[in-house]
Ligand binder design. Structure first.
Ligand code: NAD
Ligand code: ZN
Ligand code: ZN
Length: 346
């Protein structure tokens, strides 16, 4: 089969031919219908050889949907042809976190070498994808594969982040979204669907701000040195009850810290690597800062249910597998508005 692989440190990913995978005991083979392009892959492809955590070559793609092509011995609960979305942050399935469906916070995944597809295991940017267990699949139940595939990360990750802050997003409150890209433009919609908060979106690009307004942001602000003052003004000087940073670089975490309200939440989702120091007098009283990872299994079913109700619609552009390197190049240059989706079936 054809697959998009990251093969050489620092080089662009390549479309290559690899052996067709076969499902072992308990596994499920999917024929991939759609695979989403996440900015995290770009980060992975900038990591130096000395600290690169995965084996190369690595088939990319940690957002995937497909149809069941074959079931390994003992894999039950699915039929060939079922359309499903892949829950990506695989865990052991049995530790205290996994028992709650929070496989994204599995206590044993690291020790057991369990890794998500596309982030250590062969990913969804291929004609076929091996899934380790039927519990990591959620029925699409009528959702369009292209519209649904980004929900497995660009939907699930902001959903998980936003859920933590929902009790603070009461009428009259403000939520700030920094970075209105793949994750951020879904975050705006999730905030509108789940809370009465006023939503303020920040980005460095005007086309991203336009998309943020189209999908429901009440206000948009150019993300520059003056942005924090502008957001404070918009909130009557009080700041925002919740700030979601989908970039995570020095200027954005600084803005996040400067606009959060007393007892507000800052959630750093972007993996830009910057730190926001917490200490007495450094942030407004009782502000909390968290850096979550992906989301739980039950949260993925909730996000898909929300999409079925029509509350979330991902802005997508599609590419063939042969053109997948171009999609990454465009994402790297900031030219993708919404999410790029690869169609490995052509
Ligand atoms: P994306 O490229 O689609 O979106 C990023 C957006 O941020 C773009 O619109 C860009 O214009 C904007 N931006 C860049 N610099 C900015 C700045 N200084 N101020 C404001 N906006 C700025 O990326 P994505 O796929 O949505 O991913 C967003 C981030 O989230 C990435 O860092 C990615 O690695 C990370 N991520 C984290 C998790 C997690 O579990 N924590 C999961 C998925 C993605
Ligand atoms: Zn991702
Ligand atoms: Zn576990």
């Amino acid at each position: 089969m054809k697959a998009l692989q990251y093969r050489t440190i620092g080089a662009p990913p390549e479309v290559v031919t690899v052996p067709d995978p076969e499902p072992g005991p308990g596994q499920v083979l999917l024929k991939v219908t759609a695979a989403g392009v996440c900015h995290s892959d770009i980060a992975v492809m900038t990591w130096p050889a000395e600290s690169f955590p995965y084996e190369l070559p690595l088939t990319l793609g940690h957002e995937g949907v497909g149809t069941v092509a074959a079931l390994g011995a003992g894999a039950t609960g699915l039929q060939e042809g079922d359309a499903v979305a892949v829950y990506g942050p695989w865990g052991c399935g049995t530790c205290a976190k996994c028992a709650q469906g929070k496989e994204n916070y599995c206590l044993r995944a690291g020790g057991l070498g369990i890794r998500p597809p596309g982030l250590g295991r062969p990913g969804s940017m291929a004609e076929y994808l091996l899934v380790d267990d039927p519990r990591h699949l959620v029925p699409l139940d009528g959702l369009d594969p292209v519209a649904a595939v980004p929900l497995t990360d660009a939907g699930l990750t902001p959903y998980h982040a936003i859920k933590r802050s929902l009790p603070k997003l009461v009428p009259g409150s403000t939520a700030v979204v920094i970075g209105a890209g793949g994750l951020g433009h879904v975050a705006v919609q999730l905030l509108r669907a789940l809370s009465p908060a006023r939503v303020v979106a920040l980005d460095v690009a005007q086309d991203k701000l336009r998309l943020a307004r189209e999908v429901g942001a009440h206000e948009t602000v150019l993300s520059d040195a003056r942005a924090a003052a502008t957001v404070r003004e918009l909130t009557g000087g009080l700041g925002a009850e919740a700030v979601f940073d989908f970039v995570g670089v020095e200027p954005t975490v600084r803005t996040a810290g400067a606009v959060v309200a007393v007892e507000g939440d800052v959630t750093i989702v972007g993996i830009g690597g910057a730190a926001l120091p917490v200490g007495f007098g450094l942030l407004p009283f009782a502000a909390s800062v968290s850096a979550p990872y992906w989301g739980s299994r039950s949260e993925l079913t909730e996000v898909l249910a929300l999409a079925r109700s029509g509350a979330v619609s991902v802005h997508t552009e599609t590419y063939s597998l042969a053109d997948a390197p171009l999609a990454y190049e465009r994402l790297h240059k900031g030219k993708i508005n919404g999410r790029a989706v690869i169609l490995p079936g052509g």
